[in-house]
Design a protein around this ligand. Structure first.
Ligand code: BEZ
Length: 330
């Protein structure tokens, strides 16, 4: 964990796993604590959401189930957590589809550039039949059950220096979340994509290892990147989904009614996370507009024909792309 992330975790008062104490009755019934890992800092909406899910799961199961949270990559980055889910060493994770796209090409579809143009559009896309169908294959492909899609806000590009045209970011080291389809978009627009997991980004920008970064408003505000970046290209260029995952090995040990309970509550809380993101995005943009960082709205045309090239590259590997592009663009 980076020094910056450790500071965020300690400041949150959330440093230790959130442990629920099961009642004596629940213990006698074989109470079970699920370990849930995330890459995001403690105050992030995914962790707030995982906490409310855990609390309702505990009361709805009369204390038989509880959730211990491990935010901020305490259990390792997402690639490591996915391996832990596979072996059953980790029970649950609220994890980016960016990580899934490294294992399953089909998930590139939900990361397509300029597929949606608003948070509302991203929510509709993630609740569409073609997007939901992608979750069905997860137990076989990654050893985890996909409960429901959550999300961050839309993705933007921040740079240390001023940017007025695409030429200004050509050859620049742009931090991306480690993900092959995201990397390919940044290569197509002429930058030098630099994959870094979220907890390492602050130090990388502060020490000059990168020239810019791709992020959503919430992560920018949480890390105060507006104080380090001179420009934000307001691109809204892609959705950034999360999936609530349960280890398939763990899932196999649960009764049908317990699976239904967990899936139902996770869906309820994760849906609320998505719906809440609409206002979170408005509030965070307002905060960023009050900073010294220059905000430049740009559209797909700023990137030449990179979007069409990306579709040609990824369309055959991510068949849902055509169906998602055919949805009404919101
Ligand atoms: C990122 O890698 O940029 C990221 C991951 C999870 C939540 C938000 C951002």
């Amino acid at each position: 964990m980076s020094v910056h992330t450790r500071r965020l975790v300690l400041a949150s008062g959330f440093a230790l796993p959130v442990l629920a104490v099961p009642s004596l009755h629940a213990r006698a019934q074989g109470a079970r604590e699920f370990r849930l890992g995330t890459i995001t800092p403690p105050q992030h909406t995914w962790n707030v959401n995982a906490r409310s899910f855990g609390e309702e799961l505990r009361s709805a199961s009369n204390g038989r189930f509880s959730v211990a949270q491990f935010p901020a990559g305490q259990l390792g980055n997402e690639a490591t957590m996915l391996q832990q889910l596979q072996t059953g060493a980790l029970d649950m994770s609220w994890m980016t589809t960016a990580e899934l796209s490294n294992r399953v090409d089909a998930f590139a579809a939900v990361h397509a550039p300029f597929l949606v143009s608003s948070v509302e559009g991203a929510i509709a896309m993630l609740r569409s039949a073609p997007a939901l169908a992608l979750l069905n294959g997860l137990p076989q492909s990654v050893g985890a059950v996909g409960l429901r899609y959550g999300m961050t806000g839309l993705r933007q590009m921040l740079t240390r220096d001023a940017v007025t045209s695409l030429a200004d970011i050509r050859g620049r080291k742009m931090r991306i979340t480690p993900s092959a389809p995201i990397r390919d978009f940044y290569t197509l627009i002429g930058t030098a994509p630099t994959p870094l997991p979220l907890p390492q980004v602050f130090d990388a920008l502060a020490n000059g290892q990168i020239d810019g970064l791709e992020l959503d408003f919430e992560s920018v505000v949480n890390n105060r990147f507006q104080e380090l970046a001179r420009t934000m290209l307001l691109t809204n260029h892609s959705a950034f989904p999360m999936v609530g995952l349960v280890s398939a090995r763990v899932w196999a040990t649960l009764s049908p009614s317990d699976r239904e309970l967990i899936r139902g509550l996770a869906s309820k809380h994760i849906d609320a996370q998505c719906d809440g993101m609409i206002q979170v995005e408005v509030d965070n943009l307002r905060r960023l507009q009050q900073s010294a960082m220059q905000i430049r709205p740009v559209g797909a045309d700023f990137f030449g024909d990179a979007v069409a090239q990306w579709d040609r590259q990824w369309g055959p590997r991510a068949p849902a792309l055509a169906q998602l592009r055919a949805l009404p663009r919101v």
